[in-house]
Design a protein around this ligand. Sequence first.
Ligand SMILES: Cc1cc2nc3c(=O)[nH]c(=O)nc-3n(C[C@H](O)[C@H](O)[C@H](O)COP(=O)(O)O)c2cc1C
Length: 402
Amino acid sequence: MFVVVGVTGGIAAYKTVSLVRLLVKDGHDVHVIPTDDALRFVGRPTWEAISRNPVTTSVHDDVARVRHVALGQQADLVVIAPATANTIAKMAAGLADDLLGTTLLATTAPVVIAPAMHTEMWRNPATQANVDTLTSRGVHMIGPESGQLTGDDSGPGRMTEPERIHEVVTRELRKGSGEAAGRTWLVTAGGTREAIDPVRFIGNRSSGRQGVEVALAAARRGADVVLVAANVAHDVIADALRDPRIRVAHVSSTEQLAEAAEREAPGADVVVMAAAVSDYRVADVAERKITKEQAGGALRLDLVENPDILAGLARGRRDGQTIVGFAAETPAEGETLAERAIAKRRRKGADLLAANEVGFERGFELADNHLVVIDASDAVVADVAGTKRETAEALVAAIIAR
Ligand SMILES: Cc1cc2nc3c(=O)[nH]c(=O)nc-3n(C[C@H](O)[C@H](O)[C@H](O)COP(=O)(O)O)c2cc1C
């Protein structure tokens, strides 16, 4: 996930290096925004090396990419550690005279701050009033703790240890704050493989990209997601594996996918069957590799029908559960994709059906897609072409709207 770590000008800045390390280790894309004063405590090379991302403090750097708002817009969470009295005051007033200030105003993500300062500064009514203002706006406070401060003195003002901040940040990232928060989504992705013998299989061209994007889009809106992945390449599923709100279950055949879907569906509020499953499987899977000598000039395979997973889940749906089917179609001459989708939705009994047109050079394996989403009254509730992330966002929005 995209995590912004704001660092401000206190001695405890050195401890935040550990926090950044822990977040990077979790697989998050971490962007550190120090204040100018923070860089007097820990320098830019340290932040860049540890976060593995460029670090700037000024709104005038990287202007072409509108960095002063881009980081805040992209963020799944902003954490400020340590948060000085000065920065807390600036946040309460909504000041935006540096990159951290503009980022905080541009974000709608959860904000977590770990104050650190001397006890007198912490207890000062000005600081306390600013903290109250931030808390009333939904900013999460961690600490400060009581203990030894920078000098000989001790009392409340010490920054909470990075391991504990990391725990709170991880919990907040899992919780999410979107419209799907508190809901569980089951999403299937990829293409099943039906074994012919220990070496060969019957498969399809689905890469799993669209299903993974649906899982990520649901997670971005706060859902807990179970992603059942059938033969999805590592580079396609990598972002989902790193997302703490997504649990991935790997399967290969249609039978295994059906088992996983039946196991997970009762706990899901929304089921999106984006995987391309095989309608048929090989009747008798050979124990050993079939050789040319055995098969002769022609090899015949007997295929038997697989259970219709989507129709089964739709029949067994519980109250309040939404079942969404996917259809990769090659419409006949004179037939539209929407007509095809309407007929298929009725046959399957799904609440929504997302159809995309496929062909030898369409739909599969590519970055772009065209989705038409049909609801139970045969209305087209979304018709969107774009990247698979964009089409996933539109589908997830249509599901949530329903
Ligand atoms: C050695 C040293 C340690 C400091 N530690 C803190 C601190 O822990 N908390 C704090 O609020 N200010 C601390 N300050 C003061 C801040 O650095 C100062 O208020 C600065 O303007 C904060 O700027 P910033 O909030 O933009 O980072 C410290 C200053 C020095 C010189």
